[in-house]
Design a protein around this ligand. Structure first.
Ligand code: F6P
Length: 336
């Protein structure tokens, strides 16, 4: 039986061409990244048949065990950045140091940061995972350095993710709203299927790893206690909970139907700001959320206003429906 024809829609290239921001080199980079994400998606889909599951037998800079797919997708994205000719240097969750593509005559205009495979613990159990990326301006007239990457989230030129779930989708912002594209695995094309994503201001759904409850700071405990109290508590409504253990998938749900995601600081490691990484997780996803009308904070200030101090910096994260994020921020302000 013939499979049904895909719905008519704008291609990713057509969408980029229609944007006010006519940065040809940025558009070329995004098309290259999208093509590589389509290749990663095909590998993810083959799973055990492609011998890509399981551990790579090493640890990354975060001290986390690397999965084979972490390493493979990292290498694919580095190669993509280099061959695109648009990138001066890359930083990755899987690489301790940046890689500078030293072609003095033809240096790329962008710095690229990525988490090649977010939600690694889901890989071997066939649950959603994704690739997150952030594009920053590169210095002109000289080679890029690690210091050049330490730009706040508002300096991002583009940010997005590919989510490898029941469908593979690419969600993107260039600073003019958020658009989602679905991959047709039959021919590797991306079609605009989710134009103008918007996050409702209020929600009845939160996402947090509840097993850490006893370790949280008082303002976060208060916020979740109020939600759990439901209709008869301070909030006057019942809440639902979801936790995919892949931030990219939780954020995708929030972009589509609202909700709030928290990965807060906790007292087990008081000197560590949080679990998630600012430069290639929180900033790109935070910008997408803001561009969709939501809010993104570390509990005290907008994520995008944080001045980064290191490439692999960690941060406490609260993002999603604005009313909920504002409430968490207010609880922190009161406690202070
Ligand atoms: O390392 C990042 C990450 O995998 C996120 O994508 C996810 O939200 C979180 O860690 C899951 O953490 P935990 O294992 O504590 O649920």
């Amino acid at each position: 039986m013939d499979s049904p024809a895909p719905p008519p829609g704008q291609t990713l290239a057509g969408y980029l061409a229609s944007q006010d921001q006519a940065d040809a080199s940025l558009h070329a980079l995004i098309l290259a990244l999208a093509a590589t994400c389509a290749e990663i998606s095909a590998l993810v889909a083959r799973g055990a048949l492609g011998d890509v599951l399981g551990s790579a037998g090493a640890e990354n800079v975060q001290g986390e065990v690397q999965k084979k797919l972490d390493v493979i997708s990292n290498d694919m994205l580095v190669a993509c950045a280099e061959s695109s000719g648009q990138v001066a240097a890359v930083g990755s969750e899987e690489l301790e140091d940046i890689i500078v593509f030293d072609k003095a005559a033809d240096r790329g205009r962008h710095l690229l940061l990525f988490d090649p495979l977010d939600g690694s613990s889901n890989i071997d159990v066939n649950v959603s995972i994704g690739t997150i990326f952030s594009v920053l301006p590169a210095p002109t007239g000289r080679a890029a350095t690690a210091q050049d990457f330490l730009q706040g989230g508002r300096a991002q030129q583009a940010a997005g993710y590919a989510l490898y779930g029941p469908q593979t989708v690419l969600v993107l912002t260039l600073g003019q709203g958020v658009a989602g594209f679905t991959l047709d695995p039959r021919d590797g094309t991306w079609t605009l299927t989710h134009p103008g994503l918007r996050i409702p201001r209020d929600t009845r759904e939160f996402a947090i790893n509840m097993s850490n409850q006893r370790h949280w700071a008082a303002p976060v405990r208060r916020y979740i206690d109020e939600a759990l109290a439901g209709r008869t508590g301070a909030r006057g409504k019942d809440f639902n909970m979801r936790w995919v253990a892949a931030m990219v998938a939780d954020v995708h749900r929030i972009l589509n139907r609202g909700g709030v995601f928290l990965y807060p600081w906790d007292q087990r490691e008081p000197d560590r700001a949080g679990k998630l990484r600012l430069m290639y997780e929180a900033n790109p996803l935070g910008w997408l959320v803001e561009q969709a009308g939501g809010a993104a904070s570390d509990g005290r200030q907008p994520l995008l206003d944080i001045a980064p101090t290191s490439l692999h910096q960690r941060v406490s994260v609260v993002l999603g429906s604005a009313e909920e994020v504002e409430r968490v921020v207010a609880h922190h302000a009161e406690a202070a």
